[in-house]
Ligand binder design. Structure first.
Ligand code: ZN
Length: 271
């Protein structure tokens, strides 16, 4: 079987940190854009050109997960192209920003959550780069502990209502859950979303650190009278954007240049 050829670094003095998120983060007041690159990968083009920006003296890459025109629904995001393109740029750490519903009373709309575990309830996505060789990466602790800690500490310092160690259940979508599903999920997870999988898995397969920074927008459908709607999600997302930006700012400035976490050599024990 031919070995998968790892992408080589695309640019010199490239960004080592990337944010994958929605359009609200790409405000010129938040990022000082240096340039935009459109990177072709063996899996096609990413969901958007990648913005390389100066972020208080640190170079950061920004990728719009759903495309600049929000043209990719969660189940159609070209995840392999996205992660491959970031690896090609030289990115070592990814913060995946997204919106989630709450499955627990203590996780309120407006709160922010970093995760330490996920449950995968998606159905038909491209889950791996390794279709032609056998590679089993460990997923016991699927998120970068260092990145998650920095995000959580930044939120705490800013006095933002933030939770650590939230279990994220990722559903296929694009429909929301039924009440029966939502009640079932509540037994095992804290938050529910549609975008985490396979973003986190693919990043790990290329030895990139990954942490999820999720904003709670609604109560999903388990709470009677407070059913999820797209309009309600958009409203809460707007107010949460300010908090997410502050957390990103505080935490990214604290990320050390050298990695010591286990993410950086996961493949060693995977083949
Ligand atoms: Zn890591």
């Amino acid at each position: 079987m031919p070995q998968l050829k790892m992408p080589e670094n695309y640019l010199k003095s490239n960004p080592k940190i990337a944010i994958i998120g929605g359009s609200g983060l790409e405000d010129p007041k938040f990022f000082k854009k240096i340039k935009e690159v459109n990177i072709k990968t063996p899996f096609g083009y990413p969901s958007s050109p990648i913005t390389i920006a100066d972020f208080h003296g640190k170079k950061v890459a920004f990728l719009s997960r759903h495309g600049k025109k929000h043209q990719f629904p969660p189940h159609k995001v070209p995840q392999r192209a996205n992660i491959w393109a970031l690896k090609k740029l030289g990115v070592e750490r990814i913060i995946g920003v997204g919106a989630v519903g709450s499955l627990k009373r203590e996780f309120k709309p407006g709160d922010i959550v970093t995760s330490d575990q996920f449950i995968d309830f998606t159905k038909k996505r491209d889950y791996t780069f390794y279709d032609k060789e056998t590679v089993h990466i460990t997923s016991a602790d699927p998120f970068c502990p260092e990145l998650a800690r920095l995000l959580y500490q930044a939120g705490k310092k800013l006095n933002i209502s933030i939770h650590q160690n939230g279990t994220y259940i990722c559903i296929e979508g694009p429909r929301f859950s039924t009440k029966a599903e939502s009640k079932f999920f509540r037994n095992f997870a804290d938050i529910v979303g549609m975008t985490l999988i396979p973003e986190v898995n693919l990043a790990r397969e290329l030895e990139i650190c990954y942490s999820s920074l999720a904003s709670v927008t609604d109560w999903d459908v388990w709470k009677t009278g407070r059913e999820v709607s797209w309009e309600r999600i958009l409203n809460t997302m707007k107010t949460n954007m300010v908090k997410l930006r502050e957390i990103l700012k505080q935490s990214i400035l604290k990320i050390p240049s050298q990695r010591v976490c286990p993410c950086r050599n996961i493949l060693k024990d995977a083949k």
